[in-house]
Unconditional design. Sequence first.
Lengths: 426, 176, 330
Amino acid sequence: MKLSILGGRVLDPAQNLDQILDVHLDQGSILALGEAPAGFQAEQTLDAKGLLVTPGFIDLSCHLREPGPSYKGNILSETRAALAGGFTSVCARPDTQPPVDTPAVVRVVRERAEAVAQARVLPLGALTQGLEGQLLSNMAGLQAAGCVALTNLRLPIQDTLVLRRCMEYASTHDLLLIFYPEDFSLAAGGCAHEGAMASQLGLQGIPETAETLALAQQLLLIEQTGIRAHFSQLSTARSVELIAAARKRGLPVTADVAISHLIYTDRELEDFDSNFHLQPPLRSEKDRLALLQGLVDGHLSAVTSGHLPHERAAKMAPFSASEPGISSLESLLPWMLQLVNAGYLSEQQFVASLTSGPAGILSQKLGSLEPGQPADLTLFDPQQSWTLNASSCYSAGYNTPSWGQTLQGRVLATLVAGEVRYRLDL
Amino acid sequence: MSLTPELLQPSVLLDRLATALKSRMAEQGIEEPLLVGIYTGGYWVAEALRKRMQVNWPLGGLDTSFYRDDFSEKGLNPGVKSSNLPLATKDRHLILVDDVLMSGRTIRAAMNELFDYGRPASITLVTLLDLQRRELPIQPDLCGQAIDLATGQRIKLSGPDPLEFNLINLKEEGQA
Amino acid sequence: MSYPANPRDIQLTAEGQLKHFLSISGLPKSLLTEILDTAESFANMGEQSVKKVPLLRGKTLVNLFFENSTRTRATFELAAKRLSADVLNLDIKTSSTAKGETLMDTLQNMEAMHADLFVVRHADSGAAHFIASQVTPQVAIINAGDGRHAHPTQAMLDMFTIRRHKGDFAGLKVAIVGDILHSRVARSQIRALTTLGVEEVRLVAPNTLLPAGVEDLGVQLYTRMEEGIRDVDVVIMLRLQKERMSGALLPSESEYYRLYGLTNDKLAYAHPDAIVMHPGPINRGVEIESAVADGPRSVILQQVGYGIAIRMAVMSMAVSGQMQERSQIS
């Protein structure tokens, strides 16, 4: 299939490119930017005048809910939501039912993803068997089956010896490990940032040391074992400092932040809205600003959706009894644009944090529009207003504070491997 | 000040009532009845009557807020005064005093409340004015003056010293 | 699911009248004073031979207790009965696995009964807000304690007690002593005291029992009892749950009593006219000495009596607010 995207403003941080250019695709790859090569005859064209054309967004942490109970979503609903949000690749969390801890489950996920043919699914494998934190998973087998990285998420690892062994074994196979640093006992029972707001509301707090203590410990073991490691969804200012210091010393670590933590703080908890019950908890304004600065300074190189869709009942409970998580794939773009419009991030930084940033972390040949790269693209109108509601939302999870609200910035088309997989019909 | 051509001053009506009440009690052979004034105007009237009659009858006050039938529409008045009856009402002769009798609903509430305190021997109803717009079958035993007001007009007593009638035009105040 | 923009909105009608009573936060001083004034008339009534008025006749109150409390439930029941309401008591045991569903199911069942007033006690902070945001409009919710968040009727009866003994709130120094961390009563008291304009609120506790960032509520923190209660006009003691020892929050009861237990010796540091309060039930010899609890400065028993009047006031005000809102809509 030969396809040309005409007249759009092409923004590709990987090439430091920001220019109105035509993009020509052939056989699933980027063929050329600008003038069409001699003899190229497009079979299809997309008019992108007034739109931004960027590499397809890549999400480092997304829950697709399959295998597992379908009322929370499934691979079709959530990868469709990903496309509608501008994502062409999503890393799928391993805490499905059953968890992704054997090559067989990885195959199930990949086959299902191929069958539904929406966004690319990059499975994350479990670091320990059953994510129970005791026995090593078949890491090499998971890698061979297609896992791009391994993680134990926020689930506790039995002790530091097991953690060290996980790292040593992973280093044998040059695997990328993703950590969600959290000290189990300091965080146990908590549901909100430990501070004045949680104290006023009588919610049990999670101190910032729950994150920084685990992060510091993991950094020291990473230094000892020499593995490639990534830290996902950091939430505190102090964590950004620890990452910056480690990188300065030459440690090959990267880190990301969830979009929710860039736009909200614990002030939102005042009315006990369970949509703000998140893991890690929304923290202070000081932390939010430090996370944004970390992104600007390059200590954090990606923004993740942290997408965690829930059915209605999961959130229909008093705050602490509700299930944590936010459905965010489809509102991430408008939220990011809010940050750009408010002057926190440049357009280059915003796009890089969703494209070249995560691609670099995963060492995947994605996230760029250089000729020869897979033709994964997102076309969006940064001005268009729309309402997030049951008729516009593809995800099975309606658990977002933006529900029913008018958002600005909308994806109009998403292409995966040169194929238009999502197109907004107005 | 004359509000309507025929309306008399409270002092004139009080004199009239004091005489009538004293002789009525004597006639009935009631020696020391309990005066019960409905807050706030009725209590002032009861106090003034006791002074004019030069008697030492016990005096109590009644707040009917908790017994009103318009709680659903109007809600609770935060300035509720507690009812204060100095002695038991059971088997006692009561003189219930209010300033202005209109629909009869306040008297209904007051009698319900009085019966919660005990079964009185008798209740005599005394009011300064009767606006003759009854919605319940309640009639005063003694009344200073009966008058007719135009629709939308009310009379409110201010006091306690001096007691004065004020004419209120509900339409002007924006009917509450 | 939609939530109101701030807690004040959910508790008050457009005219600023009470329609739910969930927490002290968001309520203006004038409304707290109105609650105290209304309670004053009910309190006088309690001293008379007739203790019952027909204000809420025909209304149904449901005591929805997800957490056991015979005492609190009884005071709400008595208050409702003195207002002539019909009372239904429901004790609901929740399994920890299906808390949310149970709560929603229960609510839907309750709504089918056409109750006018729910009194809710629940182990989760925010439960009363959650219920108020989910029930059919026109049902008033009164929070009888939610997790560690709020216990506003208890706080208001404490304010009532203080006003009866001290007359005015201005110029008062009040110390709250003990397990602030786990205390919903303390959180509501702090809000009520600062809203009503006392001069100083002090919290006295070891650091393990002081919640993080609590100083943002406009209170002074003290870790030494003698300094904390020096010259105060009111000492409020909090109950210490035995399980705090096992949670590594305190070493022992005896050490706690030695450092924070209210004895006549320690009380000597307070103002000579200081009153001693306690939300009850008392652990004698743990947080308070019997001689103090039963002594002349203790107003603990009076607090219990005032609880009925405060609850009558809040119930009648909330039902009245709901009815007026209803009549405006229709």
